[in-house]
Design a protein around this ligand. Structure first.
Ligand code: HEC
Ligand code: HEC
Length: 387
């Protein structure tokens, strides 16, 4: 992890920090220390302010949408919808990933278009299908006109009302997100805690499939002392291929034309279903990366259906069938020419598939599970209606 080298060294224990005193975040079993950027140290007051901003719906055009609408603590910081729904019932093109452990991601969003949590958090309020604010100045005005925020920003950042900027908003939210960390799952206790009885026998067999015949571990990494379950890289595993099949070059050309003429990538990919499927290409403009998306973490995966960047797979069984078929829902479906070399049919038996599910279920952190009463997928005015 290159970014770690830029970061302050971190103690493993939580320091009891007063106002303004930088504090470290404890790393739970199975996770490395949380990277904290030098220019945005954690303080208790900043984290509390970020928590409040994260849950405040005022940063949307109709006053109904906050970060927590799509990243709800009781839904494991997702929304349990295929595609996220912003203000006025508007649908985006993508599934909401969990914010849990996003502090470890080297790039944010499915296509990695933002380098850090600070940059990421300034996008949703002004995205037309999310918060819908006209521009970031509207957000800043909303903060400056609320006396309790003016007081809190002064206490945290030492600024007067007229000096509050969107960067302060971003810093506070990112600090809060860096506290949403969860490890210590049955897998962690088995793998790193020396407790051989922490996982069921099925899950132990599933771990073998994950490392062996399933080859999942080549992208969803498990390391000597920790497991992020992501390589922080981008791969085309076949998801969403049908939407742009055969038209990739034309859609890529149109997208680049618009981008070069000044179109905003964040707004384009969340509003335009075809542009969304370009994946990593939209950011680095490398034709080999058409349809490549960031390897997801698999921690708490049993709590965050539906799956994939387009929310197209409802269950873990469906995900495993997809991989077993070599990156397609049905064995008879065509394969994308952009498919990653790491994806091919796996020939797993029914028992191996069940064991893999048991293993994925062993990646749930108990303190997250206890906050999530239901994992039912919300349908209705959602992804079902996306053309
Ligand atoms: C309308 C629903 C919605 C709202 C509101 C929303 N998000 Fe998201 N969030 C999403 C979706 C969808 C994505 C994936 C978009 C993409 O990758 O193009 C995402 C991605 C993210 C990610 C990236 C995670 C990763 O692994 O890359 C973070 C972090 C995040 N959101 C935090 C926030 C914060 C902070 C706010 C409030 C300022 C917020 N979100 C508001 C739906 C939403
Ligand atoms: C070549 C790299 C690669 C391999 C091998 C791989 N994955 Fe993935 N995985 C990804 C990427 C990339 C995504 C996101 C893809 C997308 O949405 O388009 C993903 C997404 C997932 C998701 C959904 C995550 C979410 O939050 O929606 C699950 C579950 C998953 N993988 C499990 C597995 C399992 C189980 C295996 C082995 C059978 C496996 N993966 C093998 C790269 C890989």
């Amino acid at each position: 992890m290159t970014r770690l080298t830029n970061c302050r060294s971190i103690a493993f224990s939580v320091l009891i920090a007063g106002l303004g005193i930088p504090m470290a975040i404890a790393a739970p079993l199975g996770l490395p220390p949380v990277p904290i950027p030098d220019d945005n140290p954690q303080t208790e007051a900043k984290i509390a302010l970020g928590d409040r901003l994260f849950h405040d719906p005022r940063f949307s055009v109709d006053g109904t949408i906050s970060c927590a609408t799509c990243h709800a603590p009781e839904k494991a910081f997702t929304d349990h919808r295929r595609l996220s729904e912003g203000h006025s019932g508007l649908l985006g093109t993508r599934n909401s990933p969990t914010v849990i452990n996003s502090a470890y991601m080297e790039e944010l969003f499915w296509d990695g278009r933002e380098p850090d949590l600070e940059g990421q958090s300034k996008q949703p309020p002004v995205n037309p299908v999310e918060g819908g604010l006209a521009d970031i100045g509207v957000l800043v005005e909303k903060i400056r006109s609320e006396p309790s925020y003016v007081e809190a920003f002064k206490a945290v950042f030492g600024v007067k009302a007229q000096d509050i900027t969107a960067d302060h908003f971003a810093d506070a939210i990112a600090s809060f997100e860096r506290t949403i960390i969860a490890g210590d799952s049955p897998f962690d206790r088995y793998q790193y805690g020396g407790d051989e009885s922490a996982m069921s026998e099925a899950a132990v067999r599933g771990l073998e499939v994950f490392r062996g015949q399933g080859r999942c571990v080549s992208c969803h990494l498990i390391e000597q002392t920790q497991a992020l379950f992501t390589d922080n890289r981008f791969h085309n595993i076949g998801v969403g291929f049908k939407t742009i099949r055969g038209q990739e070059a034309e859609i890529a050309r149109k997208f680049l034309e618009a981008k070069n003429a000044g179109a905003d990538v964040d707004k384009t990919v969340l509003a335009d279903k075809e542009a969304s499927e370009l994946g990593r290409f939209a950011v680095i403009e490398d034709i080999n990366k058409v349809g490549a998306f960031k390897t997801s973490t698999l921690r708490n995966i049993a709590l965050t259906p539906p799956y994939m960047h387009d929310g197209s797979l409802d269950t873990l069984e469906g995900v495993i069938d997809f991989y077993n078929n070599g990156g397609r829902e049905k064995e008879t479906d065509p394969v994308t020419p952009f498919l990653s070399g790491g994806i091919r049919p796996l020939n797993l038996s029914d028992e191996q598939k069940q064991d893999l599910v048991a293993f994925l279920e062993a990646l749930t952190s108990p303190e997250i599970a206890s906050q999530v009463p239901s994992t039912e997928i919300i349908t209705g005015n959602t992804g079902d209606q996306q053309p």
